[in-house]
Design a protein around this ligand. Structure first.
Ligand SMILES: NC(=O)c1ccc[n+]([C@@H]2O[C@H](COP(=O)([O-])OP(=O)(O)OC[C@H]3O[C@@H](n4cnc5c(N)ncnc54)[C@H](O)[C@@H]3O)[C@@H](O)[C@H]2O)c1
Length: 442
C-alpha cells in the first residue's frame, strides 16, 4: 500500500464512522434506467460464478456481455449454455484484463478461487466496474484491506457473495434478536462439519489437461506441479489459494455471529487450536479440526469445525447457536427455532416470533442478486458491502493465522493493522505475489 495505515483507516475505518453512516458516493457510472438491463461480465465460470450469472439472467435485468475463464473447456461450455438458454450472444475471454477493457460492461462477477479475488477486483474498480465478488473477500488480510480501499477510492458498488445477509431465514432471526427476543446475548457457538473439508483422496501429479492455462490459473500464487487436487473445486484446501473450512464456511457463519450484535469492529484477540490427521491419504494443507474463540466486550464467539463428518449439535452438520439470557436460537440456512422452557413453549415462541415477518419464499441467492442489480442502478449500498466482507474475513483469517503461526493466541492492533508484538503472525498478513504478478497498490 502506498499510503500509511493511519491514512487508510481515516478513509476506510468502519469502526470510527460506522459504515452504515457513511454517505456513499458511487458517482462514476453509466446511467441505467429502472427498465434497462445491466451489462455484466463473468470472471471464473465453473461453479459458483455461473450460479450467480444464472440467477442474474433469470431476473431478466441483465445482459451477459462476456464470460472469462482460464480453462477453455469451461469457458466454451458456459458461453454455449448462456446462448442456448437465454439467447444472448456472449463474447469469450481468456484474460480478465481484456474483459475489463470493454467499456460496455457495467459490472463484473468474480467467481474465481480466492487467491485471485483481490487483483481482479482492484483492477475492476479502477476500470469503473461495479463488482459482485465471491466470499471470502480475499485469501489474506492485506488483500481485504486493498479491496476495501479500492471500492472506496473508485466509488464502486460492491456485493460480497455472503448471500445469507439477504436470506429471509437469517433476516427474520436477526429481527427477533435485535428486538431483544432472547435478551442479552452472552455467547454464540458456530460449527461447520463437512466431509469435503478433508480434501480429495491423493493422486499423483499429472500432465496439465488440454484447455487449462494452469500458469494463469496459479497467477500470483507459487508455481506448483499440476495435480487435479489443487485446481477446480479442490483448491480451497491449500494455503496458496484458500483457507479450508475456516474461511470457506467461516465467513458465512461467523458473519451471523457478528450481525447478531451489529459488530463492525475488527477482532481484538483470537485463541485457536487445530490439527491435521489423515494427511497421507488426502490432499490438504488446511486444518481438518479447529477450535477458535473470539472474546469480545461482553460476549464470546466460538467456532469449531471437523472435516470428514456430516453431523453436529442439534443434528445439524453446520449451524449457529445464539445464547441469550432469556432464550436460545438455533439456526441454519433452512430455518431457526427458539429454545425457551419446555418443547411446547419453545414451539409457541418460535411461531410467534416469525408471525410478523413477511416471508416471500425467495431464495437468499435470488434476493442477493436482485439487491446487487438494484444497488447498481440506484447507486445504493448493498446488503453485503465490502466492509462486511472484509471484517468477517479478518475474523476467519485470524483463526487460521493463529494456528499456522504456532502461536495459538494472538492479539490484534486495529490501529496499526497487525498482531501485537508477533512477527510469526504478522508474516502471514500479506501475501507475496509470484509469477510476475504484483500485489496492487491503491
Ligand atoms: N457464496 C457461496 O455460497 C459460495 C459457494 C461456493 C463457492 N463460493 C466461492 O466462489 C468462488 C469460486 O468457487 P468455485 O467453487 O466456483 O470454484 P471452482 O474451482 O469450481 O471455479 C473457479 C473457476 O475460476 C476459473 N479461474 C481461475 N482463475 C481464473 C482467472 N484468473 N480468470 C478467469 N477464470 C479463472 C477456474 O478455471 C474455474 O473455472 C470461491 O471464492 C468460493 O469461495 C461461494
Amino acid at each position: 500500500m502506498t499510503h500509511s495505515r493511519r491514512d487508510f483507516l481515516k478513509r476506510s475505518s468502519v469502526s470510527a464512522v460506522g459504515f452504515g453512516l457513511l454517505r456513499p458516493d458511487f458517482s462514476y457510472h453509466r446511467e441505467i434506467s429502472p427498465n434497462e438491463k445491466v451489462n455484466v461480465g463473468l470472471i471464473g465460470a465453473r461453479n459458483k460464478g455461473f450460479n450467480i450469472l444464472s440467477h442474474m439472467l433469470k431476473t431478466g435485468q441483465v445482459n451477459c456481455l462476456g464470460i472469462c475463464d482460464v480453462d477453455k473447456n469451461i469457458m466454451e461450455q458456459r458461453v454455449e449454455e448462456v446462448e442456448k438458454t437465454h439467447g444472448q450472444m456472449v463474447r469469450s475471454y481468456n484474460d480478465f484484463r481484456k474483459m475489463l477493457d470493454n467499456k460496455e460492461i457495467d459490472a463484473v462477477v468474480i467467481g474465481t478461487p480466492d487467491h485471485w479475488h483481490c487483483l481482479i477486483m482492484v483492477l475492476a474498480c479502477q476500470a469503473g466496474k461495479d463488482v459482485y465478488v465471491e466470499k471470502p473477500l480475499a485469501n489474506s488480510i492485506e488483500e481485504c484491506n486493498l479491496m476495501l480501499a479500492a471500492a472506496r477510492k473508485y466509488n464502486r458498488v460492491v456485493q460480497v457473495g455472503q448471500q445469507q445477509r439477504s436470506g429471509e431465514v437469517w433476516n427474520s432471526a436477526m429481527t427477533h434478536i435485535h428486538t431483544g427476543g432472547i435478551g442479552e446475548i452472552k455467547r454464540i457457538n458456530v460449527w461447520a462439519n463437512f466431509p469435503y473439508g478433508m480434501g480429495a483422496p491423493k493422486v499423483p501429479d499429472k500432465a496439465i489437461p488440454n484447455g487449462l492455462d494452469y500458469d494463469f490459473w496459479q497467477g500470483p500464487a507459487a508455481k506448483r506441479a499440476y495435480n487435479p487436487n489443487r485446481v477446480h473445486g479442490n483448491w480451497r484446501h491449500f494455503w496458496d489459494y484458500g483457507g479450508g473450512l475456516m474461511t470457506d464456511w467461516g465467513v458465512h457463519l461467523l458473519d451471523m455471529a457478528l450481525w447478531a450484535k451489529n459488530i463492525h469492529h475488527e477482532p481484538k484477540s483470537v485463541i485457536a487450536s487445530g490439527a491435521n490427521f489423515n494427511l497421507s491419504a488426502y490432499s490438504r494443507e488446511t486444518f481438518e479440526l479447529m477450535d477458535v474463540s473470539y472474546p469480545l466486550e461482553n460476549y464470546f464467539i466460538h467456532w469449531t469445525h471437523t472435516a470428514g463428518i456430516a453431523v453436529g449439535p442439534y443434528e445439524k452438520p453446520y449451524g449457529v447457536e445464539f445464547i441469550g439470557d432469556k432464550g436460545v436460537i438455533i439456526a441454519d440456512r433452512g430455518d431457526w427455532k427458539i429454545l425457551q422452557g419446555n418443547k411446547e413453549e419453545s414451539e409457541e415462541a418460535s411461531k410467534l416470533a416469525k408471525a410478523n415477518f413477511n416471508f416471500t419464499g425467495k431464495s437468499a441467492m435470488e434476493i442477493h442478486v436482485l439487491d446487487f442489480l438494484k444497488s447498481v442502478k440506484e447507486r445504493t449500498v448493498t446488503n453485503c458491502p465490502v466492509e462486511i466482507g472484509r471484517n468477517v474475513a479478518l475474523y476467519a483469517h485470524m483463526g487460521n493465522i493463529a494456528v499456522r503461526s504456532g502461536e495459538n493466541v494472538l492479539e490484534w492492533n486495529a490501529e496499526s493493522g497487525n498482531f501485537k508484538g508477533n512477527s510469526k503472525g504478522n508474516a502471514l498478513i500479506r501475501p507475496e505475489y509470484k509469477g510476475g504478478w504484483k500485489l496492487p497498490t491503491v
